[in-house]
Ligand binder design. Structure first.
Ligand SMILES: NC(=O)c1ccc[n+]([C@@H]2O[C@H](COP(=O)([O-])OP(=O)(O)OC[C@H]3O[C@@H](n4cnc5c(N)ncnc54)[C@H](O)[C@@H]3O)[C@@H](O)[C@H]2O)c1
Length: 356
């Protein structure tokens, strides 16, 4: 990390599909918010993604994690995934590679309704949908341990291991509890499937029960993941902080994103406290709308605000947040949110707003 007065060094990886459209808009808005006497940022672009992979086979260079640790304060990433790479190899190498090799163990996914017109739930307001999902980001079923036997035959066996370690579960639970305490949030819900996953999720249960004793000021509860998803739709107001494993967090945060206005609006952060961290919108590369100037850039723009906040630029982050709220209330959005602007025009509008 650089000294406070030095420019913050941002690595920009737009990736594939709409990542290449929405990330430039986020950078545009971030530049506008940090201009005029704001703290300086230095952006460096990386062209990693399907085009580069198909051209020369590059995914995540071996020295990339070390380079990011040494030379950057944050990474802003778009999305990975391209129909021309059915194996998804480059996406797994780059995205999961960065999460695992930089040990970004906290995936933060806020689900805040910014405008009541955006939720598909009846009679819900901003007060009802205001929670954050903490997803364990370095373990679970996503570690890629497993294999096939007799692949492609009727006798095939496919094994996908689910890894849960004491250290990994302990640290994500602790991060969520500490976040709740620091933000004076009373309600924390841990979600697992310990009734069926008697080993891995029993570890979650034991560590949760141990940790809640350390945080008597936080009202902690437990819900199985199937119930949690149902409760998020039935009564989202009961949640403030949700903490869960890698796969369940992936799924729960998409449900959360939808009830808070849709994937196009949802930001996220992959954090290792005190170290270089990575910020990305929740959505994927959306090949169905890529290249049409239709993608909603607001998720990426709000991701940029999360990044600035992480880098200590609270006021600049707040300006971006206010601009997004204004765009929503004035209908200056893309078609998925009912507006008539394109991706670039939405970015221009926001950049003008924050620069005022
Ligand atoms: N973090 C990531 O990089 C990430 C996350 C999810 C999916 N993916 C990849 O993205 C590709 C497509 O996956 P998918 O279709 O399941 O998910 P997706 O998020 O790309 O798209 C799902 C749906 O939401 C819409 N959508 C997504 N973002 C939008 C935006 N900003 N504005 C307007 N509409 C938006 C899409 O048009 C699509 O209808 C796949 O290759 C997948 O592996 C990558």
């Amino acid at each position: 990390m650089t000294a406070d007065s030095a420019p913050k060094r941002i690595a920009v990886i737009p990736g594939d599909g709409i990542g290449k459209e929405v990330i430039p808009e986020a950078v545009k808005v971030i530049r506008a918010a940090t201009g005029r006497g704001g703290k300086k940022l230095a952006f460096t672009d990386f062209d990693w993604g399907a085009d580069r992979f198909l051209r020369d086979g590059t995914t995540l260079p071996a020295d990339a994690p070390e380079m990011f640790r040494r030379d950057f304060d944050a990474i802003l990433l778009g999305a990975m995934g391209d129909p021309r790479v059915p194996s998804n190899q480059h996406a797994a190498d780059i995205l999961l590679g960065l999460r695992f090799k930089l040990d970004l163990y906290v995936n933060v996914r806020p689900c805040y309704l910014l405008d009541p017109r955006l939720t598909p739930l009846r009679d819900r307001t901003e007060r009802d949908i205001h929670f954050v999902v903490f997803r364990e980001n370095t373990e679970g079923s996503y570690v890629g341990i497993g294999g096939n036997f007799k692949k492609g035959t009727a006798d095939e066996i496919a094994i996908q291991e689910d890894v849960n370690t004491y250290k990994g579960v302990e640290r994500i639970l602790r991060y969520a509890f500490e976040y709740a305490r620091a933000n004076k949030l009373k309600k924390l819900c841990m979600s697992d499937k310990s009734n069926a996953l008697a080993y891995g999720h029993d570890l979650w249960q034991r560590l949760f029960k141990k940790m809640r004793l350390e945080f008597p000021d936080v009202e902690s509860s437990h819900q199985y993941i199937d119930n949690l998803l149902m409760q998020m739709v039935r009564d989202p107001a009961q949640f403030q902080v949700i903490v869960t494993c890698n796969m369940f967090g992936d799924i729960a945060s998409d449900v959360g994103a939808q009830i808070a206005g849709g994937l196009g609006l949802a930001p996220s952060a992959n954090i290792h406290p005190g170290q270089v961290s990575m910020f990305e919108p929740v959505h994927g590369s959306a090949p169905n709308i890529a290249g049409k100037n239709e993608a909603n850039p607001l998720g990426s723009v709000l991701t940029g605000a999360m990044m600035l906040e992480y880098l200590g630029m609270k006021e600049e982050a707040q300006r971006i947040d206010s601009a997004v709220r204004a765009a929503l209330s004035e209908g200056k959005t893309t078609a998925d949110l009912g507006g008539s602007l394109g991706t670039r025009e939405t970015g221009d509008w926001l950049a003008n707003f924050v620069a005022k």
